[in-house]
Ligand binder design. Structure first.
Ligand code: TPP
Ligand code: MG
Length: 181
């Protein structure tokens, strides 16, 4: 099934860490512009063009185009939205600005900008059902459930600081692993 990767961490993580021998599928992105705007509307467009699609999006990207849910009322094709909800812009956790713990920087307000809004309720206002996932291990069952719905939102909470540490650890590991051959 076609997959749309939102800008910010989803597309970067996929490029960096997706297994190379995973099942083949069309993957869409819109890196040229690299904006987080219009993400949900674009996913509806891909679902309409291909019949069915999955969007992998961060919380701010999804919220930025929350009016995209209006497409639910004139939908063509089915869409599953997988929301990685880390309470703001997790991408910024990887900037060196986080390095100095004594720095006078209101990181949460100026960079992370987490929004106190329940995205499941927002989707529900448009008649879109959702499931809250306790961990990534719930994803296969939740995806199977979502495929039975015309539209669905799957919401997975993650800890953006822990995620940034994990990425850094994986990069260090890759850099210290000798190339094959
Ligand atoms: C239209 C637009 N506004 C602002 C930005 C700057 N920006 C880049 S990534 C990002 C945060 C995205 O947060 P989220 O979608 O939650 O993904 P995460 O970083 O947590 O993976 C922002 C605000 C942008 N790229 N495009
Ligand atoms: Mg986020």
């Amino acid at each position: 099934m076609p997959l749309l990767l939102a800008n910010s961490s989803p597309v970067r993580d996929w490029e960096s860490f997706a297994v190379a021998d995973g099942p083949p599928r069309p993957v869409y992105g819109f890196r040229g512009a690299s904006g987080i705007d219009g993400t949900l509307s674009q996913a509806f467009g891909i679902a309409a063009a291909t019949g069915a699609a999955v969007l992998l999006s961060g919380d701010l990207a999804l919220l930025h185009d929350s009016n995209g849910w209006l497409w639910a009322h004139q939908r063509h094709g089915r869409l599953t939205v997988v929301l990685l909800d880390n309470g703001g812009g997790g991408i910024f956790e990887q900037l060196p600005i986080r390095c100095d713990p004594d720095a006078e920087l209101d990181f949460e307000r100026l960079f992370a900008m987490g929004q106190p809004l329940d995205q499941s309720r927002l989707a529900a206002a448009h008649g879109v059902p959702s499931r809250q996932l306790a961990s990534a291990a719930d994803l296969p069952d939740a995806l199977a459930w979502s495929l039975e719905q015309p539209l669905a939102l799957l919401r997975l909470h993650t800890d953006r600081r822990a995620d940034a540490d994990l990425r850094q650890g994986l990069r260090r590991m890759a850099a210290s692993t000798p190339a094959p051959g």
